[in-house]
Design a protein around this ligand. Sequence first.
Ligand SMILES: [Fe+2]
Length: 314
Amino acid sequence: MARIVAGIGSSHVPAIGAALDNGKTEEPYWKRVFSGFEKSEAWMRKTKPDVAIIVYNDHASAFSVEMIPTFALGCAAEFPPADEGWGPRPVPVIKGHPALASHIAQSVILDEFDLTICNKMEVDHGMTVPMNLLFGKVDKNAHWPCPVIPLAVNVVMYPPPTGHRCYMLGRAIRKAVESYPEDLKVVIFGTGGLSHQISGPRAGLINSKWDKNFLDNLSKNPQKLVKIPHIDYMREAGAEGIEMVMWLIMRGALNDKVDEVYRFYTVPASNTAVGHIILANRSRAARKSAAKSKRPAGKIKRAAAHANADRVRS
Ligand SMILES: [Fe+2]
């Protein structure tokens, strides 16, 4: 059976991709950002997922204002990088996983989440930047380390889905993955945010207190986050802060209790707060031994965390 082993939250700031593509990663401004993902890259190399599901939003690359699906699942065999105005990013074409994607579409739609099925789709920085941050720089003629299933979410035109709807979709995706017969190790990304506003009188808004609180609750108390209305994201995290609802799809796809493997936060990167978190589902062995153990709760928790071989929390 396939299983989701971990969730990754990551900003997808386009300037990070430009810095990487233009050889600026060693400049002090960008080194501060990229160095925060070094441990994440190491974690990903060790985890070696078979498939990644990446929740992101399209920035008028695959869809225009003429047609914006609320949730669009990429079921194609490959997804070329989009031309976002200065040519496609020099990254490899992303290979999909049509069999698992179609299975997710069937399971989730029969669970009454009405996804749009995309059999042809270009993907933009919303997806490729987090891929670079977690998989590292990959030469245009090389291959990404695993196939990817894109899930595009509308957060660019009102009304975007609620945080609760996103969280419940994550639950449905988990159920879908766990009913797929092949033994696959799956990771899921939630991307976008954190607080930022790119235009208007509040352009440049960053709210670190809000962001850190969001990360704390994402890890320990996601139910608090699913109740946040759109207006609070707008008010507290800026107009584009609404992208953070996509992280709730990732969180909903994980177990209720997770181990926080790693976290990184820095401001600013091109007027945006950069946030990153890795949350791991506890292994079955760790859950079993914790349930059987008669030891006090604190010791059980430490044992479960210890049993997670992938834990690299700094
Ligand atoms: Fe975005």
